[in-house]
Ligand binder design. Structure first.
Ligand code: FES
Length: 147
């Protein structure tokens, strides 16, 4: 943490960039890092918690190596989003919001990714997959099972 914080000034505006950096380094925001960040920026830990709650991109628990996000917004929902999420849960043997025991996958859902026309949409590690169907789920996940 000290090495990370050295790269940032003590300006409170640095809080989000610092959190991004910590998450990139550790894969999540270790709760024990919060007092050090708070001390560095001279802000309270509760202010940092507020930011962590506001930005869904931050996680206080370890996340998988591969982040699978299934869109459950209205347009994707009516085209089979729930069935795709069910199939993902079945294939990965975890519920949405959880990480596989081997740490390879975290499965999440989201309400609209802003590209409804190409739905149903699944995003893996930032890469968008359009027109996904239940039949395509196994092949899609297989791409990442060996990574
Ligand atoms: S509802 Fe899925 S991208 Fe908008």
């Amino acid at each position: 943490m000290k090495k990370i914080l050295k790269d940032f000034s003590r300006n409170q505006k640095e809080v989000v960039p610092i959190l991004h950096r910590v998450q990139t380094e550790y894969g999540y925001i270790p709760p024990e890092s919060l007092p050090e960040i708070a001390e560095h920026l001279k802000i309270s830990e509760s202010e940092i918690y507020g930011i962590l709650t506001f930005y869904k991109a931050f996680s206080l628990v370890p996340r998988g190596k591969n982040i699978v996000t299934v869109c459950m917004g209205t347009a994707c929902h009516v085209r089979g989003g729930p069935q795709i999420l069910d199939e993902m849960e079945r294939d990965l043997e975890i519920k949405s919001g959880r990480t596989t025991a081997d740490g390879n996958f975290t499965l999440e859902s989201v309400n609209c990714l802003g590209c409804c026309a190409i739905g149903p949409v699944v995003v893996v590690n930032g890469k968008y997959y359009s027109h996904i169907s239940v039949q395509k789920v196994g092949k899609l996940l297989k791409e990442y099972k060996s990574t």
